[in-house]
Design a protein around this ligand. Sequence first.
Ligand code: FMN
Length: 179
Amino acid sequence: MKTLVIVTHPFLKDSRANNALIQELNLHENIDVHNLHEEYPDWSIDIEKEQQLLVKYDRIVLQFPLYWYSAPPLLKKWFDEVLTYGWAFGSEGNHLKGKEFILATTAGASEQSYRSGGSNEYTISEFLRPFEVSIKYTSAVFLPAFVVYGTMEATDEQLKLDARKYVEHITASAEALVD
Ligand SMILES: Cc1cc2nc3c(=O)[nH]c(=O)nc-3n(C[C@H](O)[C@H](O)[C@H](O)COP(=O)(O)O)c2cc1C
């Protein structure tokens, strides 16, 4: 199965975590990386091109650093403009039906902080809920997210290990992921 990873990072040249993930993705022939900020430096998204790209893949990964408990704004713009009525939803909007989506995010804070009673109070799954319901709204399949926690303190070695786990996660079968 061919997988498309759509990366949204406004400052990728300064990135450690997302760059480590991308470096690992680039080693795998069955994974294609599509970088939104590189493709659209002026934020003018080519909607038709994005839709044509999505149609070619059965699994789509949305990768981004967690910013204010959400995604960087170009990804929100991508949702607003690309997932249109009559294409992604509505009586004839069935182009994403049955496709598998995975969110992949990197968080500065620790895993322990993302829980009830922790400093961030809620789990990342709870913060990612608007993405989950939006994806399900298009009749696509929403699979468990991949999260790299504690990016501030993580060593380069740790990030490399995380990147390998990332590729294992996004290439695993849906059955294995929801088990
Ligand atoms: C504008 C902004 C908002 C951020 N918001 C959060 C946040 O809500 N939760 C969190 O854990 N980390 C937050 N961070 C930290 C980033 O998630 C972290 O630096 C990033 O995932 C590291 O990835 P990178 O090395 O690829 O940039 C934020 C960083 C920035 C710049």
